[in-house]
Design a protein around this ligand. Structure first.
Ligand code: NAP
Length: 220
């Protein structure tokens, strides 16, 4: 079975659809809904969700850590909660979910973990220190885990989307941002999902610790 955190909307919903097309039973996790409701930033909520998944749906062989939020602002005026909420959701949530289900994959001698990072993890910009730190942290987590469990048939990779049309980017000025995108357009959730689907496939078995950019060339 496959679990997609933040699988209720946007990129996560497209990833859930793509994995279903590949024959996976998919469990979506959302803070306000999904097949199993959970707040990935809250350790107790994550523990309860994993217990529920194991009890009601079985073992997890594919995990996509996609749940994420932004709370943009300049560091000088950033509140502790704007820092903490973003890091707890985007980075700690991914760690806690991974820790909770990786035993299933290790015992199975096959598994796939994909972390949804961002182009800004490496191509940084002002006004998003919390978000960028969390997304860069996800790349570090990806590499470290790939080395810890690579021998057991489990791969851990990341995707780094650019500007994708979802609720998260609804208030941004696409016209202005397109100037920085070599492809000359914003991306679609399905285009990120296609990359995740590949990394979760049997064909991607020798790709481990990698980051696949899906950004129309923005980070090039
Ligand atoms: P979105 O449309 O805002 O959807 C976010 C998803 O995450 C929702 O399903 C939401 O569930 C879930 N979520 C948020 N906080 C959660 C929490 N504490 N616990 C459980 N679920 C939570 O965002 P998106 O654009 O699809 O982004 C998906 C991922 O891609 C994020 O990690 C984002 O950082 C990354 N990304 C997006 C872009 C972009 O341009 N859109 C670019 C690069 C990277 P609820 O609806 O229940 O809150």
């Amino acid at each position: 079975m496959a679990v997609v955190t933040g699988g209720t909307r946007g990129i996560g919903a497209a990833i859930a659809d793509a994995l279903r097309e590949d024959g996976w039973k998919v469990i979506t996790i959302g803070r306000s809904g999904g097949d199993v409701q959970a707040d990935v930033s809250d350790p107790e909520s994550v523990t309860a969700a994993i217990e529920k998944i194991h009890a009601e749906h079985g073992k997890v062989f594919v995990l996509v850590n996609n749940a994420g939020i932004t709370r943009d602002g300049l560091a000088l005026r950033m509140s502790d909660s704007d820092w903490g909420d973003v890091v707890d959701t985007n980075l700690s949530g991914a760690f806690m979910f991974t820790r909770g289900v990786m035993g299933d994959m290790l015992r199975n001698r096959w598994g796939r973990i994909v972390n949804v990072s961002s182009v800004v993890a490496t191509r940084t910009q002002a006004g998003q220190s919390n978000y960028i730190a969390s997304k860069a942290g996800l790349l570090g987590l990806t590499g470290a885990l790939a080395k810890e469990i690579g021998k057991r048939g489990v791969t851990v990779n990341a995707v780094a989307p650019g500007f994708i049309e979802t609720d998260m980017t609804a208030e941004l000025d696409a016209g202005q941002l397109v100037e920085f995108i070599p492809a000359g357009r914003v991306g679609r959730p399905e285009e990120v999902a296609a990359a995740v689907r590949f990394l979760c496939s049997h064909d991607a078995g020798y790709i481990n610790g990698a980051t696949l950019s899906v950004d129309g060339g923005m980070g090039a």
